[in-house]
Design a protein around this ligand. Sequence first.
Ligand code: LHQ
Length: 261
Amino acid sequence: MSSILVSQEAGVLTVTLNRPEKLNAFNPEMHQDLRRALERADDDAEVRAVLLTGTGRAFCAGQDLAERDVSPGAAPIDLSVSIGSYYNPLVRRLRALPKPIVCAVNGVAAGAGANIALACDLVIAARSASFVQSFSKIGLMPDSGGTYFLPRLVGTARAMGLALLGEQLSAEDAERWGLIWKVVDDENLLSGATTLARTLAAGPTRGYGLLKKALYASPGNSLDAQLDLERDLQREAGFSEDYREGVSAFMQKREPRFKGK
Ligand code: LHQ
């Protein structure tokens, strides 16, 4: 059985984590498959949005903890190797993809699984889903961008509580705290996320890529630097066909037909 499922329709590449018996925990195969899928999303001009979700009752339980020998006497484990080889490149790839990524969190998202979801651009969660910074339960600290995303999304006080206590945060609280975009009823998750991804796939893809760049650069920039960046990126947006189409459609009082160029 493949560790991920990939399908493409209406400009949306849907990538489904598919190790349900392991709550979609990451192993090297799943990392490699996901990397290939995201490379395809980047390279294929027909792909104009990505939808990431999971099969079964979990979105992703983070690293597969059965993969490492932690028995007494076993060799010390250098976790920086898999973080450097897999998790950090994955977070960077999600953030840098110049196309919108919708994450449909279908169940529990734990450890790196939670933070991979937060690395996506729009996170929608099923009402029964939850988010757990479970790292402290196994003697670790948040990785996969958790110490970056959490304080920026919910503030240091809540980030610290989540990281120290490792308690499950319900999808409804995650929405209320501003950790995610929206919570929806379980039965509406996939249809809602697909509709959203298709809407984005019919949008001005280049403009979306540029706005991702600007918003994600913002926390590290001064206002001056950000204004300069906006000027430069808007210059690029202004050269796009979709800008011409958008303004023409507005003036002609019709719906725009964006091509993503
Ligand atoms: C699992 C897992 C799992 C294997 C549930 N692995 N089997 C990066 C770099 C390098 C190394 C270290 O880590 C990292 C990043 C990380 O992600 S570290 C954090 C790793 N993840 C966790 O610590 C989460 C562990 N899982 C849980 O806390 C719970 O299972 C959650 C909260 C996800 C779900 O709880 P429940 O709904 O109560 O389910 P459960 O605990 O009963 O799990 C169901 C089964 O899934 C069970 O197996 P079994 O054979 O008893 O049915 C678990 O052992 C297995 N499972 N997570 N990460």
